[in-house]
Ligand binder design. Structure first.
Ligand code: ADP
Length: 262
């Protein structure tokens, strides 16, 4: 690292010698700094919907006579509450991820079931915009880990693909396994991501277009959750994209081989 944080403890041993203990605290400080950043980011993100909710409830009180205005404000209130709920859910999900040791607690997971369930849950949302979810590939792949976390990761990718694509397009979801690696790909025909942004989209609360993200119900945490899940499972997530042509997100996980041991 470019800088080291060392904690020194000094104690007299006898009249002639002192004992100096040096502990490398660099990693600890880094985790603490990350935690601090997270709290600052989260507070910032929560302020928007919370502020809007409080303003709108005041406005509803003031506009009591004007039925049309009350209806409009109430609708906005509903949208802001939904946004707050989504954000709180993602924050909880995110903290849970950091607390859980999937290597220790994991089990054999059939990725096919995970993918099909994620697709099922988003089919209605996609259909409402005329977007087809097309599943294909060699469909048997076993991995080791937490099925709920893996579901969340795959669902987030499909959810993004749908949210950042025009109506009437197709989102392809592929599953395959070779050379000991299980692979899930999610391909869309959407707006794509520029090379500069590709490096940053996995960061917490990073959005290419904040207005669009909010408008479509995004929280800015989706891809960082995906990345955490995948790393927890000893895998990687990569992105290929061309602005205006679409994006492909690929999750690769070590394939689980049942060697019969308990
Ligand atoms: P959000 O909740 O804002 O979608 P994410 O962490 O899921 O947050 O994604 C971060 C940003 O990456 C998004 O705001 C969006 O700008 C961009 N992005 C993610 N997925 C896609 C995609 N499939 N196509 C285009 N842009 C995407």
């Amino acid at each position: 690292p470019s800088s080291l944080v060392v904690e020194l403890r000094v104690a007299p041993l006898d009249e002639e010698y002192i004992l100096i203990l040096a502990d490398d605290r660099t990693d600890l400080t880094r985790t603490e700094a990350m935690r601090h950043d997270f709290v600052v980011n989260v507070s910032h993100e929560l302020k928007t919907p919370v502020g809007a909710i409080s303003l709108l409830s005041e406005a509803i009180g003031d506009a009591a006579e004007d039925e049309e205005a009350v209806r409009r404000f109430a609708m906005r209130l509903g949208i802001e509450s939904k946004r707050l709920t989504a954000l709180v859910q993602d924050i909880i999900e995110f903290s849970r991820l950091q607390a859980k040791d999937v290597v220790q607690e994991g089990r054999a997971v059939d990725l096919r079931t995970v993918v099909l369930e994620a697709v099922d849950r988003l089919r209605l949302t996609a259909e409402a915009r005329g977007i087809t979810l097309k599943v294909g590939g060699r469909m048997d792949a076993m991995v080791h880990g937490d099925p709920d976390q893996l579901m969340t990761a795959v669902r987030n990718l499909i959810d993004n693909a749908v949210r950042y694509s025009p109506d009437g397009t197709t989102v392809g979801i592929g599953l395959s396994a070779h050379d000991g690696l299980a692979q899930v790909t999610v391909t869309d025909q959407g707006m794509g991501i520029s090379p500069e942004d590709q490096e940053r989209v996995f960061e917490r609360f990073y959005r290419v277009d904040a207005a669009r993200s909010r408008q479509t119900g995004g929280t800015g945490l989706g891809l960082s959750i995906v990345k955490h899940v995948v790393i927890n499972h000893g895998g990687e997530v990569t992105l290929w994209s061309q602005p205006g042509r679409g994006s492909t997100f690929t999750i690769r996980l070590p394939e689980w081989e049942d060697d019969g041991s308990p």
